[in-house]
Design a protein around this ligand. Structure first.
Ligand code: DP6
Length: 360
């Protein structure tokens, strides 16, 4: 599908009012999206594990206005209370998607949203939040166009979610999602994510992600600012090429279940992401001393136990510990004995690879 396929045609049905709820998960990138072109087009392709229990639940109540408004009409409730600080982000999102959803100014919306993970855990909720809202809006479009096919519904939900937050494009489905065009992945697109289409070894079934909450505070630099600093970054071209190369390497690694090389790609991606931040102008650092303590402990434990745990990072100080389900008891014991001490208030979240959003 191309971008113009997402511009809506004439709707065949009419819809007065209703309510829809979606629960959409977060995701953790293995090959990272860092750097973008105009209109949320990624500078390089990325691939992620969709998570299972870290999720946002969003309900959208919609009622048709007597005539279309000049601007968007919406209220926003976060965990039951009005949340004015989230409104500008939604306003920007609606502005970006209104060409593709021409009904947006014809309804009043009440958006009610809540997260499964603790408030201010330092876990980004933009992927789960934007994908949940995109799905609710696609539900309305599907009411207006009942003949819509499921593949189109999912691709357009991902396309819209991307315009809210790039990584949200990868939260619609699971367990492994790829977003961004790559020459070795048929059907891959810069405009929406697809299910990773090739063989995946069973060792990745139910892959575990334990998220160590190192720093629950607000980040000093947002992802959006960080992405922009890749424009004119001295290492940008090499980095984008490396992401393509890592995706090519992952094809064989996924097919064969080659965990030693999986670990190399995933940890290198995480450290390169943060190296890009540290070598931007202005430079910045999101890792904290405890992030480094944890990484070193993981390396020590892996060397002595021959376990296959590895770490990855998103744009923050928290550490995602990834490992096969068969090593769950061993790794969780290690986390409790050695890593919890580096977590803020000893907090961590146990999650695993999941299958994407659901309507509830
Ligand atoms: C480091 O998707 O949050 O987590 O498109 O500006 O909303 P925007 O950025 P965002 O960036 C995520 C960056 C990352 C890597 C990744 O998820 O691929």
């Amino acid at each position: 599908m191309r971008e113009k396929d997402f511009v809506a045609g004439k709707y065949s049905a009419s819809v007065i009012d209703g309510k829809v709820t979606y629960k959409s998960p977060s995701n953790i990138a293995l090959v990272k999206y860092w750097g973008k072109k105009d209109n949320q087009v990624p500078a390089n392709p990325s691939v992620s594990f969709t998570l299972d229990s870290c999720a946002t639940t969003t309900s959208l109540t919609y009622s048709k206005l007597e005539e279309p408004g000049k601007d968007f009409s919406f209220e926003l409730l976060f965990e039951g209370k009005p949340k004015p600080d989230f409104k500008p982000k939604i306003q920007t999102f609606f502005t970006r998607i209104s060409n593709y959803l021409p009904f947006l100014k014809s309804y009043h919306f009440v958006i009610e949203t809540s997260n499964s993970f603790p408030h201010s855990s330092g876990i980004a909720s933009s992927a789960s939040g934007m994908s949940a809202l995109a799905l609710c809006l696609m539900y309305i479009e599907n009411q207006l166009d009942p003949a819509m096919e499921e593949d189109y519904f999912n691709a357009k939900a991902s396309f819209l979610a991307r315009l809210g937050s790039g990584s949200a494009a990868r939260s619609i489905k699971g367990p492994i999602m790829q977003w961004g065009h790559h020459q070795d992945t048929e059907g891959s697109s810069d405009f929406y994510a697809i299910n990773y289409p090739y063989k995946v070894h069973e060792v990745f079934n139910n892959y575990q992600d334990t998220i160590l909450l190192v720093d629950k505070g607000q980040k000093q630099v947002s992802s959006t600012v960080g992405h922009n600093l890749m424009h004119g970054h001295p290492f940008a071209e090499q980095r984008f090429k490396q992401a393509h190369d890592n995706l090519s390497k992952l094809q064989r690694i996924f097919a064969e279940g080659d965990l030693p090389n999986f670990i190399k790609v995933v940890e290198s991606e995480a450290l390169t992401l943060h190296a890009m931040m540290m070598s931007s102008l202005p430079y910045f650092m999101l890792m904290k001393p405890n992030t480094l303590e944890i990484i070193n402990k993981i390396w020590e434990f892996r060397a002595e136990s021959k376990s296959h745990l590895c770490f990855t990072l998103d744009a923050g100080a928290n550490v995602h510990v990834l490992y096969p389900e068969s090593e769950k008891d061993l790794v969780l014991q290690f986390i409790k004995d050695e890593l919890v001490a580096y977590c803020e208030n000893g907090q961590y979240l146990c999650d695993q690879i999941g299958n994407g959003a659901v309507e509830i």
